[in-house]
Design a protein around this ligand. Sequence first.
Ligand SMILES: Cc1ncc(C[n+]2csc(CCOP(=O)(O)OP(=O)(O)O)c2C)c(N)n1
Length: 882
Amino acid sequence: MDSSIPRAVGDPHDPDTDPLETREWIEALDALIEAEGAERATFLLRRMLQHARTRRVPLPQVLATPYVNTIPLAEQPPYQGNLDIEARISALVRWNALAMVVRANRASGELGGHIASYASAADLFEVGFNHFFHAGARGDLVYFQPHSAPGVYARAFLEGRLTEEQLDNYRRETGGKGLSSYPHPWLMPNFWQFPTGSMGIGPLFAIYQARFMRYLQHRGIAETASRKVWAFVGDGEMDEPEALAGLSIAAREKLDNLVLVVNCNLQRLDGPVRGNGSIIQELEGLFAGAGWNVIKLLWSGDWDPLFARDVHQWLEKRFLETVDGEFQTYAATDGAFNREHFFNKYPELQQLVAHLSDDDIDRLRRGGHDPVKIFSAYWHAQKHTGQPTVILAKTKKGYGMGSAGQGRMTTHQQKKLDAGELLAFRDRFALPITDAQCEACEFVRPPREAPEMAYLHARRDKLGGYLPARSAKAAPLATPEAAAFAKFALEANGKEMSTTVAYVRMVGQLLKDAALGKRIVPIIADEARTFGMADLFRQIGIYSPIGQLYEPEDRDKLSYYREATDGQILEEGISEAGALASWVAAATSYSAHGEPMLPMYIYYSIFGFQRVGDEIWAAADSRSRGFLLGATAGRTTLSGEGLQHEDGTSHLVASTIPNCRAYDPAFAYELAVILEDGMRRMLAGQEDVFYYVTLMNENYAMPSMPEGSREGILRGMHRIRAAKEAKVRLLGAGTILNEVIAAADLLEKDWGIGADVHSVTSFTELRREAMELSRAARHGRGGGNPSWVQQQLPGNGVPVVAASDYVSALADLVRPWIADSYTTLGTDGFGRSDTRANLRRFFEVDRHAVAIAALASLGDARVPEAMKRYGIDPAAAPAWTR
Ligand SMILES: Cc1ncc(C[n+]2csc(CCOP(=O)(O)OP(=O)(O)O)c2C)c(N)n1
């Protein structure tokens, strides 16, 4: 057997039974490519595969290519920069990033920070900064890997955009001069655009951002065709379901304005990402299978001469059989070790590197550390059309940190380097600093006229300015009065409807508003019919980048399923994660695109804070402006749907998000006032708040808006019924307000007790204001002004009883400010299916439970009699134990 023929190229577990024959086939293919070109070869191969399929020949897995660079040397564009200067710049950025973390941890061990991740990503970022990331209003949008933030700060420092003092206050924000740990627009509103700190959210938001840019373009709202979205993601991060959630939509919608760069340093926090396998090959299969353009950026140019001589692909074979756990060890060890364990396994490879010294072998870099190869990958990605691109960049975690970190299991958490390690780092990257400066971890920024600085500024100048940089500039929009879009609600006059129906009518009107209409982005996750919104399909169309290629089945119906390139509705299918990501893109459009939009995402309320709560938290960090509509809200209004559909907690969670204004209106006019005020605050007033409003599908009589109720609706409560001589005060929220009103009737009729009734639209808003005033009073300010809840419920010895369709802790939010006896009823426990009436009885939030609570709060001896009369079993176990 000819020993120069590799035993098996491809799969080491698939030995070649006839190498000569194999070789003949390969040579035939080579001859074909040479004679007729690659295109003809592709055609013939495709034909062969088709034929093999018809002959039932089992086909190999075709989603994996060899473990080498996707872009051949022949297609590598010339480097369009000064490699030497760029290397000096990147060394400075690396140093300042490292110094920042080390200094912070010298000051206090509790501050944390990361070095190793940025050390692996530095070249990937730097090539982007020097050559690809366009800045400015028409620039690119870059989602940075969160814990690589030190590198982004270090570059901004070199650019003169951050001060030494700020760097020195890394992770110490409370004094006002610090830098946040990760990208947080809330904390650094002029700097960070996109919060990525929670793994998986960055790639998901980036994909939907790219799609939203297409939406803006197709709808004629903004010119976005030349802009790109770049997202930098860790290979470990790709384990997050959210990181993979948008893969198919990105390919389906041909988002070639999107480049995802996966930093494959093969390690995550605890250890290897796929110690026994290959994360790069795995991701290639996933992305290629989803329809992405995959560019593997694995080996630096140092390897090219070896590849050229390795005609029988021994290197490919050796790469493929090496699992990531071994690659990590090779990253942590020196040239001698690599020679011994990697190359010397096969005599052919031993021979291939015989002319190299151990140091030469040590200098064989991975692709993600070679600016020339990175440039080439980005260049191809940028030009690619018809598909989104993923670049799988192989790097070393802790690159350049030597024995202090490179490839070490513990490198992720390395934040302290001793003097020797610092000096080694300096020497490794040829930094122009003295031993003393090095040991003191001094920040280094050459004077503006230094060649590095001149180059750096010139590059950014050419690319439109500096980034990241967040702008909040957008023209304020005039918003309509409630009377213009909700007259029917303000003057409902007892007409029966649900708040969901009222909402849909209001949206229908708002869509007709000359200025605002086109800026509304209705978002749905496959529930438009549930919420009675199907009429909008025809009216404003469902967005589809390719229009509608089929005649819809219901073509002859008035509200047929209409898809259109300029469709306004984002119909996300069954993906609350995707819908929320779209909502954030629209809700931050005022900042990212200078185009204010008004996203209104309506969904099953339980699948919001509970299902995608972390995305909502990131939306808050992003300074989103828009409406989230939790429909079929409450634990008893969606009867019949059971434990996983009935939401009893979302308002409680909403109360924990500082810039979320949460309302639980009972009446259509309340909803109208809340929407009117929300639009005004967000679009005209440009406040960084967003709204969570719950909607119900229960029909009941809607009263007209009482005079003077506006302020109370917005501040959180207003009195809707006053007894002649109130003995008890009843509070009701959302749909349970109706039970509370009925309870007031029962108290009067059955027990001769007068009751005031208040509609609570927002326990959250009541609490916020009261907290603020209490704090001011504690600090001796404000003269002890009473809060709204105190004004509405002054201490007068009359007990208060509250009931809502949410856990009782929601009503408890205002307990400290209620001077008299306060009883709270709520839907604590697991939801279940039944009629509304039975559910309300079960959770003890129905009219009878409220009436009994009122009697009990008065110490009325007739409680046992009332329970008997209303058929309530005193021995029944509480709902939350069942
Ligand atoms: C949702 C979430 N879970 C956990 C973390 C904590 N965390 C931060 S970085 C990290 C490891 C990241 O590994 P990888 O994505 O491979 O990036 P690398 O640092 O290796 O570049 C983890 C678990 C987080 N930030 N977000």
